[in-house]
Design a protein around this ligand. Sequence first.
Ligand SMILES: Nc1nc2c(ncn2[C@@H]2O[C@H](COP(=O)(O)OP(=O)(O)OP(=O)(O)O)[C@@H](O)[C@H]2O)c(=O)[nH]1
Ligand SMILES: [Mg+2]
Ligand SMILES: [Zn+2]
Length: 285
Amino acid sequence: MNKSLEGRVIKAVASKFFVETSNGVMACFARKKLKKDGNILVGDYVVINKYQDAYAIDEVKNRKNELIRPYVSNIDLCFITIAYEPEPDFILVDKVIVNCLQQNIEPILLLNKTDIKNIDLSEYKNIIKIISCSAETGEGIQEILELSKNKTVCFAGQSAVGKSSIINKILDKYEMEVGEISSKIKRGKNTTRHIQIIKLDTVSLIDTCGFSMLETIDIEPNELRLYFDDLEIFRKDCKFNMCLHINEPDCEVKKHVGKEIGLGRYNRYVTIYNELVKRKEELYD
Ligand SMILES: Nc1nc2c(ncn2[C@@H]2O[C@H](COP(=O)(O)OP(=O)(O)OP(=O)(O)O)[C@@H](O)[C@H]2O)c(=O)[nH]1
Ligand SMILES: [Mg+2]
Ligand SMILES: [Zn+2]
């Protein structure tokens, strides 16, 4: 007889989904109604059934959250990984932070490759937890592991920052492709092609594909400020209660830019705000 099994999607390749169940990992296809893009994500808890010789996903359980970049679900903690090389894109970092806060995922800024060089992250010190690590020397790896206990943890960030290397170091013997930084363009080569959950006792680590753009954060422009705590704490002293800290007169936030609020951080807030406004206009044009 046809017996349902429950499990978690740990990998998706083309139209195949690998589901971890109490009977082991099953390769499944998706039932027609679930075939649309985004209907099944790595991280989803699903119900599968056997149809003749093949297993199929029939149902996706409610998600507690989902991220856009990387495209994963049911996450507790996201290590936003950066390194001295490739050069960090802090707009990307700030957007992922907003995404995480919006989805109730704890963001941690993970500075890898400290064996090569450190970077100044003082702008972030009052915003999110920062951890330094090196997949080369092992610095910080134990701390990452401690923070990941009993959690589903994803590593997000640009290609070649070292996400897979860190996971490799954590698992030590776990083998994954690790690429080189292409020396000509100093940009990652997108070594990791498939998002994948790797389990280690109580820890579920998600290795994700590097990305270099994040256009879509799904948020109203006027609400962006709610996810910039470092600006928002000064709003009570802005002239207007609804101040967006952009063009309004007597904006208290602006008085603190370059002091408590990093100039770069403020500029990125304005950039992302303008992007959101522009996208909204395009949407309603
Ligand atoms: N010196 C040094 N090199 C590192 C460190 N971590 C990773 N690398 C190197 O950086 C390069 C890219 O590492 P990957 O682990 O493939 O990077 P990734 O973030 O998984 O990249 P994608 O899969 O393309 O998203 C490799 O050549 C690694 O050896 C580190 O801590 N120190
Ligand atoms: Mg990788
Ligand atoms: Zn203001």
